[in-house]
Write a protein that binds this ligand. Structure first.
Ligand code: SF4
Ligand code: SF4
Length: 357
């Protein structure tokens, strides 16, 4: 039997006032009318806690688009879960943040699209967004809620990394997550336009190393380098079906948020099937669990329990085969396809395809 999951990502809604071209939401967004109601989410939080989940990430879309957000936080707290709100900040006011804090919210992750209004509002596709975010950050600081700044980086903003780290410091964040864009959902549509250059990536690594040294004890800097420029893949989801699960706005339970891009997998809905049964017995959760599914060279590789063969959705997106090793890996034949793709897409200057319903 699988160990229990530690974390649940609850995608409360796919609605969002922003339109980021790097959004990892699926291109087929769930409509408002199909979203789970308050009572159902509350029941699922209790089921998740009973299953062993400790941390709940309230995500979206924009979770603040849900008017019952404080009720959901309260329900999660009553279930004994640690609650983390992942938000763009748009739709939050001082009063709403105070209500969330009173309901038991433990932590906020606030996203920034850039360090100036010009860049941030252009990338987010939302005029006035940057100013609102700065107001929300000030309210978070006033309430004393622990804050992590989330900065998704790509070709258009990676050179602003030093200023992004400065911004996190100024806003009183305890941590900044600098994550180079992962190519799923809308980001996959915009991959050629978003892909950073190798020179940008090398500069960013040096900036992160220096800042980590300078800010030790004041600001934690987590850096997620871009996959395609690495030699080995990331341990996607820390291994499929090992530590976390996602629930989509309509109750579909997923091993990762892009799992629906893999043809042939069937996904169950938490309104019909208990979460524990889905986690332990669900066909999708068992499809790539452990190491038994692995082909060579992963099967006999010393890194098979370090990166778990990488990301199944990435193997699907690039090689058309979810069972193949992640093509980021330089030990595999698939790497040639990824290198060819990088060369073909280098310097692409098209327009963004903004996320839209
Ligand atoms: S990435 Fe942008 S568009 Fe997508 S949910 Fe977050 S803020 Fe909204
Ligand atoms: S061969 Fe497979 S397990 Fe080994 S490093 Fe590459 S992707 Fe990871």
């Amino acid at each position: 039997m699988a160990d229990p999951p530690l974390a649940l990502l609850a995608e409360l809604t796919h609605r969002c006032p922003l339109a980021c071209p790097y959004c990892s939401n699926p291109t087929e967004l769930v409509a408002k009318g199909a979203e789970l109601d308050t009572a159902t989410w509350a029941r699922l939080f209790r089921e998740a806690a009973d299953l062993g989940v400790l941390q709940l990430h309230l995500s979206g879309g924009e979770p603040a688009a849900r008017h019952d957000l404080a009720d959901l936080v309260r329900a999660a707290r009553e279930a004994g879960l640690y609650t983390n709100l992942i938000t763009s900040g748009i739709g939050l006011t001082g009063a709403r943040l105070a209500a969330l804090e009173a309901a038991g919210l433990d932590h906020v992750q606030l996203s920034v699209q850039g360090v100036t209004a010009e860049v941030s509002d252009r990338i987010g596709g939302y005029r006035g967004g940057f100013e609102r975010k700065m107001q929300v950050a000030a309210e978070i600081a006033r309430l004393g809620l622990p804050l992590t700044l989330n900065a998704v980086m790509h070709r258009d903003n990676l050179d602003d990394l030093p200023a992004t780290i400065d911004l996190a410091e100024r806003l009183g964040a305890r941590r900044i997550e600098v994550a180079c864009v992962q190519f799923q959902g809308w980001a996959l549509v915009n991959r050629a336009r978003l892909q950073p250059t190798p020179a940008q990536v090398e500069r960013a690594k040096a900036v992160v190393r220096a800042a980590q040294e300078r800010l030790r004890g004041r600001l934690v800097i987590d850096f997620v380098p871009p996959d395609y420029h690495s030699d080995y893949p990331k341990p996607c989801m820390n291994g499929w079906g090992s530590t976390g699960l996602n629930i989509a706005p309509d109750g579909t339970v997923l091993p990762c948020h892009a799992a629906q891009t893999i043809p042939g997998l069937s996904f169950e809905n938490a309104t019909v099937t208990p979460l524990a049964r889905i986690w332990h017995e669900g066909a999708a959760f068992n499809a790539f669990r452990g190491t038994g599914w692995m082909p060579e060279p992963c099967r006999s590789c010393a890194r098979r329990e370090i990166d778990f063969g990488g990301c199944r959705c990435q193997a699907m997106a690039i090689l058309g085969d979810a069972r193949a090793p992640d093509p980021v890996c330089r030990k595999t034949q698939g790497r040639a396809a990824l290198d060819a793709l990088l060369a073909a897409e280098a310097g692409h200057e098209g327009a963004f395809v903004y996320r839209r319903a």
